[in-house]
Design a protein around this ligand. Sequence first.
Ligand SMILES: *Cc1c(COP(=O)(O)O)cnc(C)c1O
Length: 376
Amino acid sequence: MTGFNTRAIHVGSEPDPVTGAVNPPVFLTSTYAQDGVGVTRFSDYARVDNPTRAALEICLAGLEEARHGVAFASGLAGEDALLRTLAPGDHVILGNDAYGGTYRLLTRVFGDWGLQLTCVDLSDVDAVRGAFEESTRMLWLETPSNPMLNVVSIAQLAELAHERGARLVVDNTFATPYLQRPLTLGADVVVHSTTKYVGGHSDVVGGFVATNDDALAEQLRFHQYAIGAVPGPLDCYLLIRGLKTLGVRMERHCSNARWITAFLAGHEAVEHVFYPGLAEHAGHDVARSQMSDFGGMVSFTLKEGAEKARRVCESTTIFTLAESLGGVESLIELPAVMTHASTTGSMLEPPANLIRLSVGIEDIDDLVADLTQALA
Ligand SMILES: *Cc1c(COP(=O)(O)O)cnc(C)c1O
């Protein structure tokens, strides 16, 4: 197998056999001419398949070292398709630091549908063990998590899930396959919001589910066309383009984040810095063993509290005050009232004085200067 960057650039993007174009064409078509009744060359309808979408699926599945990858119109659409492979009455265990939208989907959409949910502190192995029920079908985790940057052992939790006949689902949005490949560590399913690092330029919304399980992949394919939350060909092209630079972007995200955590850790206004690259981070050793670097997301709390945190978020000039993450530009936000507002009152609610940074790939001196003036 060739290296990650080589595959990111070439797999699924072989030169077009007819024209030699080096990029996959963007197939803006809703239907396909048939050579006879029911005789198709590629597919019968673009909700079912599209060559640009297929190119994306081949490339990203390959990067996750998965046999199958299925693209969706958003991360949550992919999660929705995955959860529909369960049945009413089935039980899911979710990390208590999951993305707010995943929690909302599980409680407010699939709760009514009949899924049972338990949220648990994944760093407490006994608590995870105790959360399993006869009907548990999935253990769902994020590592590093959003926004607390907690890290848990994929291999250990995969073993625990498998002992109880459940699948381990890993949301790999934060790490990306460049830093971590959960299927190689024992996970059964990887989900992505490709909106984030995979797209990488804050210009597209998308989702992805990857697995080596043939039967599960078939169900996901069915849901992809039967429910229809499919990405358009232009979106797929943007994601293919994003993948080609994923490796170099992640290197820069990681190195900028390293500098910023060092700056924040030494700042008098800062109470605590959450970043798996810090030696004192509770998940540092696990992160070192299952990730090749620590990523571009950094969270921190301020000694002065929520009001000051709000003012800092409103005072940066290079860091843009915005939700989302993973783009080339740096973003700052207040999770408790922005990205994670849907977790208010639950055990997933982040501290009110927690600021989350999505560290971009700008010049590090400019980023540090911006945070310096905003914290002053
Ligand atoms: C954004 C995000 C999602 C949801 O993806 P969308 O593309 O916004 O639907 C899921 N998980 C994580 C970790 C995310 O950051």
